[in-house]
Design a protein around this ligand. Structure first.
Ligand code: DQA
Length: 152
């Protein structure tokens, strides 16, 4: 059966394209979503993208994903560094979630070095701009057994 994945964006990411382009790049969220959808489709995977600026709404989206998604790629924005509630939501869904960031959070302010969510995610991709999302998708598809194992 076709795998389905959630691509979830947190607060302020709706402003991509105009928001600090030197840090986050010049692509809009819509453009990133289109690139990610096309990337997933190449592997016969359906991707649904959602964004919210609200912690509770993000939690609701994760809860709902239990009923349709095989996993998620999630850029939690600043909630990465603060949200125990989102961490609990990821644990509660029991879905594999990959945490992604456009910027290299480890090369920025110390408060961005800590992720509340990383310990309950299957992996983390940081620092590759919009390509972080594609790398996150590939990592998730590897975990879901969609990508072929290498021939050795
Ligand atoms: C971000 C990094 C976060 O620290 C920041 O709050 C964001 C964007 C990134 O994609 O690089 O909103 O998640």
């Amino acid at each position: 059966m076709t795998k389905k994945i959630l691509l979830l964006h947190g607060p302020n990411l709706n402003l991509l394209g105009t928001r600090e382009p030197d840090v986050y790049g010049s692509l809009t969220l819509e453009q990133i979503n289109r690139i990610a959808e096309a990337h997933a489709r190449r592997h016969d995977v359906e991707l649904r993208a959602e964004q919210s600026n609200h912690e509770g709404a993000l939690i609701d989206i994760l809860h709902a994903a239990r009923n349709w998604a095989d996993g998620a790629v999630f850029n939690p924005g600043a909630y990465t560094h603060t949200s125990i509630a989102l961490r609990d939501a990821i644990s509660a869904t029991a879905l594999p979630v990959v945490e992604v960031h456009l910027s290299n959070v480890h090369a920025r302010e110390p408060f961005r070095h800590v992720s509340m969510l990383a310990p309950v995610c299957v992996g983390q991709v940081v620092g590759f701009g919009w390509r972080s999302y594609l790398l996150g998708i590939d990592g998730l598809l590897g975990k879901l057994g969609v990508l072929p194992e290498p021939e050795l």
